[in-house]
Design a protein around this ligand. Structure first.
Ligand SMILES: Cc1ncc(COP(=O)(O)O)c(C=O)c1O
Length: 386
């Protein structure tokens, strides 16, 4: 977030320190204004699971744009219905109702409102290091003080417990709790993978107290962690599943998915003008078809395993730990990550941070294997000699 002008642009809210101007993308490659090609190891922030400008998604978009760009949610639309049916067909049969919006934060906001309304309670239990977005409700559940403090007072009643501490979680969840909100893998918070014991205790304590359990899979969804949805790995099924980022292959979308029984208990109203637009739904339908047909979760699992094997050889005097699941990987360094990211960029690879010392990798799940290997090699060199 910056109030300063970046490269003379009047844009407000851009990331600080941007140096590159990117003008084009294709699969795992992004080109700058000077025509230089970069390999994307995370530059699309987890939106590009299907690669940049995936041809099947762009074709579906072009077709839909000619047919009908926008339609209010007060009207039925076959493209929306088809997309929702396809999405639900990929989930456990308890999931039956979907609220469509335009971003991860909106998916979280809807989850918070549904939980409050369906339970009649206000307390939210979230995790330390968790990230759920920047709108006031989602920010209230987000952990990092720097993000929260300038905007306080936020939504009251949020309690943060240490991630992967089942005892602390069980102690925090009580008859006042509306919602337990967790990421199965914390992305922004440094790439931390949930333990099965932690997720099971979340499921058991919410079931016992009548609270709802939401998994924020905004970053882990659509194949990223080696399963179409990360929760499948543990077999712990939440009451609310929150999706966004790559769900529509690069077009803005958010989805809050729940059961019939919970939807029936919702009182009040919730709406978003652009939510469920035919454009996003056409893209979403094409994206889901592509992800399933091209076995993207399996690809993420295999390339992720290759990545972890290669990264395990990084020198321990530079690296504290390598963590992750599928193609969501974090390398915790013993020093600040920023210079390493700059050096990778100079070598033609764009990666991300997750906090001050973690190098985060979120490549497209379609990245050609030689490019992934080259990226890992570049990381090795940069870390070793940086
Ligand atoms: C786990 C998680 N939840 C929510 C969000 C917020 O999504 P958005 O930026 O689309 O509002 C993010 C964004 O990085 C995220 O990683």
């Amino acid at each position: 977030m910056s109030v300063a002008r970046v490269d003379g642009s009047p844009e407000f809210g851009a990331s600080l320190g941007r140096r590159l101007t990117i003008v084009r993308g294709e699969n795992a490659y992004l080109w700058d204004a000077g025509g230089r090609r970069y390999t994307d190891l995370g530059a699309t922030h987890g939106v590009g699971n299907l690669g940049a400008s995936n041809p099947e998604v762009t074709e579906a978009l072009a077709r839909q744009a000619r047919e009908l760009l926008y339609l209010g949610s007060g009207y039925a639309n076959p493209v929306r219905t088809e997309f929702l049916e396809r999405l639900l067909s990929l989930l456990p049969s308890t999931f039956a109702r979907v609220f469509l919006s335009n971003s991860g934060a909106e998916a979280v906001e809807a989850g918070l409102k549904i939980a409050r309304s369906a339970t009649g309670r206000k307390k939210i239990v979230a995790a330390m290091r968790g990230f759920h977005g920047r709108t006031l409700g989602a920010l209230s559940a987000t952990w990092r003080r720097e993000y929260r403090e300038p905007f306080e007072p936020l939504v009251p009643g949020v309690v943060h417990v240490p991630y992967n501490d089942p005892v602390a979680l069980e102690a925090a969840v009580d008859e006042e709790t509306a919602l337990v909100l967790l990421e199965p893998v914390q992305g922004e918070g440094g790439v931390h993978v949930a333990t099965e014991a932690f997720l099971r205790s979340a499921r058991d304590s919410t079931a016992r107290t009548g609270a709802l359990l939401a998994f924020d899979e905004v970053q882990t969804g659509i194949g990223r962690t080696g399963r179409l949805f990360a929760f499948e790995r543990w077999g712990v099924v939440p009451d609310l599943l929150l999706l966004a980022k790559s769900l529509a292959g690069g077009v803005p979308i958010g989805a809050t998915i729940t059961t019939d029984a919970i939807a029936e208990r919702f009182r009040g109203s919730h709406h978003s003008t652009f939510g469920g637009s035919p454009l996003a739904c056409a893209a979403g339908r094409a994206a889901l078809d592509f992800a399933v047909r091209e076995h993207l979760p399996e690809r993420a699992e295999r390339l992720g395993a290759l990545g972890r094997e290669r990264l395990a050889r990084l020198p321990t005097e530079k690296v504290r730990e390598v963590r992750g699941l599928g193609l969501l990987l974090g390398i915790e360094l013993r020093e600040k990550v920023a210079p390493f990211l700059a050096e990778l960029e100079a070598r033609g690879f764009l990666a991300l941070s997750a906090g001050a010392t973690v190098l985060r990798l979120l490549p497209p799940l379609t990245i050609p294997e030689p490019d992934w290997a080259a990226g890992l090699e570049a990381i090795d060199e940069v870390v070793r000699h940086g």
